[in-house]
Design a protein around this ligand. Structure first.
Ligand SMILES: [Zn+2]
Length: 129
């Protein structure tokens, strides 16, 4: 009888062990899933803050990349301003007309962009025959 009991105890222990390891496996698997969900959530949570800090940074350091020192072809002055390159449409300024010129922001409203579609070579008063 005593031996049988020990054997039963042994089997019970083994069964307990396998149940434990199964549970542990399940828990580890669940843990993995939770960790993945958590890391996904963390990414989502961190994103708005990143954007916010980027925006704050932009406000602190406004982009000055557009400002350059250049020679404005229209007013013929050296300016530190926003440079606009434009194909000039100013038939009364043969010096500029049809050329790619540099414009400062003050001259910008006065010089139109030459649109290639409407440009008629034959109708050009400065046409050289
Ligand atoms: Zn100018």
């Amino acid at each position: 009888m005593g031996e049988e009991i020990t054997e039963l105890e042994q089997k019970l222990k083994e069964a307990q062990n396998s149940v434990d390891s199964l549970l542990l496996e399940q828990l580890t698997e669940q843990n993995k899933e939770y960790k993945q969900i958590i890391s996904k959530l963390e990414v989502k949570i961190n994103q708005p803050y990143k954007t916010m800090s980027e925006l704050k940074n932009e406000v602190k350091n406004p982009i000055k990349e557009q400002e350059k020192t250049f020679f404005c072809d229209n007013c013929q002055l050296t300016k530190t301003d926003i440079l606009t390159k434009r194909k000039a449409d100013c038939p009364f300024e043969p010096r500029l007309h049809g050329r790619m010129i540099y414009l400062c922001s003050s001259c910008l409203p006065y010089v139109k962009e030459l649109s290639e579609v409407n440009f008629e070579k034959e109708d050009n008063p400065y046409k050289v025959n």
